[in-house]
Ligand binder design. Sequence first.
Ligand code: MEV
Length: 323
Amino acid sequence: MISETASGKIILFGEHAVVYQRPAIAVPVSQVQARVTIKKSKQPLTIQTSEVLPTPLRYGALRENSEVLISYADLRDDDPLKAIIQLTLRSFKVTPPHATLTIHSTIPIASGLGSGAAVSTAIVRALAQYFKRDLDSAAISSLVYEVEKIHHGTPSGIDNTVIAYGKPVYFVRGQPIETFNVARPFRLAIADTGIQSPTKIAVGDVRAAWEADKDRHEKIFDGCGAITQQARKLIEDGQPDQLGSLMNENHKLLREMGVSCPELDDLVDAATRAGASGAKLSGGGRGGNMIALVNEANEGEVREALMGAGAKQVIITTVTSDQ
Ligand code: MEV
């Protein structure tokens, strides 16, 4: 049996503005993962999942026991699962194997943690192992990007990049990926509002707002880009404890873009009141997750404050150069 995984991700700085060519920083989060196994079988390719998939509504009726078994042949061509399998098999010039492909994911869907890109990445990795192909991170990332377009409409490509490379990235749309050194590890609390918010909708709304007032939005995006550059320098210079005020500023700009929501703002306030030196929403916004800069001395209190303010889950993660 073949088994492969892919980690979730968070965006530290620059979400949304990254769609408009400004830089953004993202890091993998290994505490949440997608896992794909492939087992040979006598039957044509079948997909099985006992966890939530990034396409929950389509199979809603089938998942009463949160268990879905569906034949690959029955999936629609625009289904993200079908798309990633089909693209990968085509790139290998092979036909669907007689096998069962099982997907488990602990990454909450539509929450800014990259569930769609992680499931796709784990599928590509597993198929590559099954067919004994050597795919580098760039090849995996570009296959996953094609499917991100189904999930997100006009994705910048940051999710597939950070997840396929599995390293912190400084990302500018259309430019070669840059990784960077995290001179001193730092800790983040990641808190989930529990509100599912498809990135596609938030990205579409930002686009409509940008169309309506390009000058205003270009200035906001410039502000996000400048924050991201300063943040990279602080991380490379070993001064991550100073990232807090940049997180607060970035959150303010995301609010101006209209992608925050009362629940995210409450979690940001709760974290900073409990001692986090900065906090912001992370990813598409309107729900999903926020992040707060913590340290060993205050992370317990911040976690408690976040849960008290309505977080459904809090993960503490350490950001290092090789995660
Ligand atoms: C989603 O994780 C990040 C966004 O900037 C969208 C994108 O970059 O494609 C909101």
